[in-house]
Each structure stands twice: as structure tokens, then as C-alpha cells.
Design a binder for this molecule. Sequence first.
Ligand code: HSE
Length: 336
Amino acid sequence: MTEVRISLVGYGVVGHGVVEVLERKRQLMGEIGLDLTLVSVTDHTGTYLAPDGVVAKDILDHRTLEGVANSDMAAREVFGSIDCDLVVEVTPTNIVHGQPGLGHMVDALSMGKHVVTSNKGPLVVDYRRLKDLARKNDVALKFEATVGGTMPLISLIERTLVGNTILGIRGIFNGTCNYILTRMAEEKYPYNHALTEAQELGYAEADPSYDVEGVDTAGKVAILANSIFDMDVKYGDVEVTGITGITPESLILAHKRGYAVKLIGEVPALTVKPMLVPLGSPLAVGSTLNAAAIYTDLSGTITVTGLGAGRIETASAILSDIVSIYRGNHVDAQRS
Ligand code: HSE
């Protein structure tokens, strides 16, 4: 049995999901030879240290660690002072400066800890530095949850499609926009009403303009460009048009003519823009779903679809990344 001692940084929606999923899958992980022990949880209010393992029910009912934390150590001090092998970083995304996640990841990788994350900001702002740090310290940096949530994309390319040259990826990478576009076209919902519903579903970013103006999708395009296409792309290199200029009339007209309007991100073209997609096409998924068409030289086009966000779904992608590190399947996503 391999013991993996995990420090969790960030205790919002995804952090709670990670605590819950580690607890729910404890037995299954044991069956594949992994003893995943959560030894600390840190948020902006403090740290909960549990060297013998966090008991999920002791903290899951608390929205933050306020009143539960038994230490005021910040993440960096935690990594430096306790025995942990892997850091799960799930603080909120900031696509401009990447903080606080970027600092957490730099610290963890520099101290020789594997990092698994759902936080897009640091990967958009400083991907190359993080990847170099991981290489230098002989640890893994895994981020399946950053693009498409639980929809397998990066791991699918890394493992299953290994040997293929990836010619391009085109997809729907924002559930909030997809929900709004679907509701407006199919049920003639007003834009604001559809956005409010997407927010209630817990999909929208804290600032929903990140979703509807295409910023979130552009961040995901940059992550795919850097990790799959070995490019060195920042958010500003992506040409972005969001969905705010789309009228209900144009959506309804397109629908009548057999098309859906989708916010599509393309790599390596580095574009994000609303595009017409035939209604029968595998990319024409509705509601909050994400979808991606992967164009390859050996396997033709592979299309995947799945939930791009959600507490448990995102935690599922994080768990999958953790397992892949210890099952010896770690292959660099980057290919030439
Ligand atoms: N706001 C994002 C979405 C969350 O709507 O898809 C997942 O990155």
C-alpha cells in the first residue's frame, strides 16, 4: 500500500468536494493500493491540521474553516512543516495575476510536492515556470480539472491518444455560456433570466462577466495551447469574442434553420467566438455540458462531452489526477 499524504489548499465549493470524494472513495483507493490521507486543509481563515488524517464529517458541515482551524499557519508554512507528498490547490481563479494559487504552487513544487489543481489562473499566467519547476524537482503538475471539468480531455490525450499528433482541438469549454445559449434558443428565455439560473446552478464564475465575455474559455484555450501544443501563450494572445452581443432573435433563427450558436474555443488557432454548429453534430450539446472535438493524425476526430464544472465532478477529475501520478501513468501532455 502506498501512503499519499495530501494537503488541501482552498476550502470553497471544490475543496468541500475534494474532502467528500476522498472520504467516499477511501475503500476503492485502498483496493488499488493507495492510502490517500488528507493531512491538512487551509483556507483564508486558517489551517486544520490532522496528521493522522482529516475526519471528513468534522469539517464538511462548515462553510469555511473559521472556528474549526487548529493552526494559523498559511499554506507555505504548512508545506514546509508537515509531512505531505502532494498539494491539491483549489483556491479561486484569478486570470490576471494568478494569485494566491500561483504562490501556493510555486512553493509546493519548489519543496518537492506534487501539485494537482482545478485553478486555471496560475496555469494561464505562468504555465512554463510551473512546468519547469515541476521538472526540476522531479514532481508532477496535473490540471485535468482546469479544462472541461470532469470531461476527460488532457488525460485522454496524454494516455489514450498517445502516439497521435494532435492537429487541433475545438470545443465548448464554458457551461454558463452554453446554458444561457441553450435556454435562449430553445425556450426563448431572456438573457438575464438564463444567466441568473446558471449562477444558481453554481456554474458561473464569481464575476460572471468572465464567463459571458469569453475570458474563462480563453484561459482554457491558453492552458490547452501550452500543455498540448507546447506553445507559450498568455490570455492576451487569444482573440476573444463573448456571447453578450448575441440577440435572442438570431439564436431562434439559427435554431429554426438547423443550427445552434455555441461559444467555441479553438487551439492552436487561439480564438474564442460564437459559431454556428449543425444541430445534429456531436458538438451541439445543450444545457451546462462541455464538449471537445480532438483532431488527430491516426485516430481521426474524437469527440468527448461531459460536465465542465460542479463540486463532485471537479473533485473526480482531481482524484483521477492523483491516482495517475501514483500509478506510474504520468506522461507529459506536451508533444511536438
Ligand atoms: N464558470 C465555468 C463554467 C466553471 O461555467 O464552465 C468551470 O470552469
